[in-house]
Design a protein around this ligand. Sequence first.
Ligand code: SF4
Length: 195
Amino acid sequence: MDSVNDVGFRPGIDISARLKELYEQIDYIYRKAAVQSAFSCYGCDGAKCCTVDLIVHTFAEMLYMRRGLGALNRPTRLEIKKRSKQVVELKRLDSLGEYRNAICAANFEGKCKIYDYRPMICRLAGIPHFIDKPNSTRVFGPGCDRFELNACDNSSFEKIDRTPFYRKLAELEIETINTQGRRTQSLTIAEILAG
Ligand code: SF4
């Protein structure tokens, strides 16, 4: 397995600014959809969204998350690494009950410690969406339980179109692979933060 532990965006070819810009666009669209549907994460501990099963597919996002981890104070950083290693170990032992019940190592009492650096999958959770695939099919995804219970009637709600975000991220990923000279396999958040 390739490691993202000892690498970062290289000076001069840093795509992090453009990734940040993409995240800002995502956050803007998400906020708009949340207002439109009267949806709020306020008071939610994130236990349903911040699961240990979330997988990040792009090297670009992995590097950015590790940058966020590196920006934390030492005790918090070490605590997240320790928790992440425990989660990875549970997965390795195939301790499925414990693994499935664990939550993301970066979730501290409902707050994400790497919030500004969290990946796209975390930013888009909760609100119904669709993706237009290259084969011209449209795939829909539901909102979280809280959305389905409390937010507006889904039939009138305008779902978030994730397609442009995925396209942009794919472009950034190709650039990242080219500049890093290698790619990495998909990893869970714990696998990314454990190093
Ligand atoms: S990175 Fe943050 S938002 Fe994403 S699952 Fe972990 S705690 Fe939740």
